[in-house]
Design a protein around this ligand. Structure first.
Ligand code: CO
Length: 208
């Protein structure tokens, strides 16, 4: 990676934006009003804005290994709180991707040091759905299904939070589970039936 080239690219990008709109950065500096919170994987191949075809200012973005929303993770919890309570986003997307290294690592029994507690959250997803997963004999298919189920479980973790439940009731905030298929470039909506999922989890997680 040529670091000097990055600054040249940035210079070209600034010129390109200013040629289209001389007030582009002046307007950008006025503040942000995104309607979407996107939670995705840190994987270098899964760019958030580019794959959604959106511009700076349109989505609040959080990325970590395997697009996780662990219940006690201060980083993702703060991002959700800020996006929902202060920015007032109306959509939260958890976007996983096939061929996710984090999910793959969780399917293996290797000791990975500090990554262990993080990956245990994915192993918990496997345990929750082990009968369905173990019934899939093709390893590639099982791996893909775990990616999808992990997205679903992280969406549930989003729904467990008080601010999301409040926004769901007061302004109809919606949560979406997506998967990016690196092999084709397509974004897939998992069409998670949230009223049904909510009904299932709310008995336990409902907050007033
Ligand atoms: Co990944």
């Amino acid at each position: 990676m040529n670091i000097a080239q990055i600054f040249k690219n940035n210079h070209d990008w600034v010129q390109e934006k200013l040629n289209l709109d001389k007030n582009y950065f002046k307007n950008l500096s006025k503040g942000q009003n995104p309607d979407i919170l996107y939670i995705g994987c840190s994987d270098s191949r899964v760019s958030a804005e580019e794959l959604m075809g959106i511009a700076p200012g349109e989505a609040f973005i959080h990325r970590n290994i395997a697009n996780m929303v662990p219940n006690t993770d201060l980083s993702s919890m703060s991002v959700i709180d800020y996006a929902v309570f202060h920015l007032k986003v109306n959509h939260i997307v958890v976007c996983g991707h096939y061929y996710c290294g984090g999910v793959k690592a969780a399917m293996q029994s290797k000791d990975l040091g500090i990554l262990n507690p993080w990956l245990r959250n994915i192993r918990d997803v496997y345990r929750t759905h082990r009968f369905e997963l173990n019934a899939i004999t093709n390893e590639d298919e099982r791996y893909k299904r775990l990616v999808e189920l992990n997205v679903q479980e992280q969406c549930i973790n989003v729904i467990k939070t008080a601010e999301v439940q409040r926004a769901y009731r007061s302004r109809g905030l919606t949560v979406h589970g997506w998967v990016f298929d690196i092999h084709s470039g397509n974004l897939i909506d998992l069409k998670i039936d949230f009223p049904k999922v909510l009904e299932n989890v709310m008995e336990i997680y409902r907050l007033k």
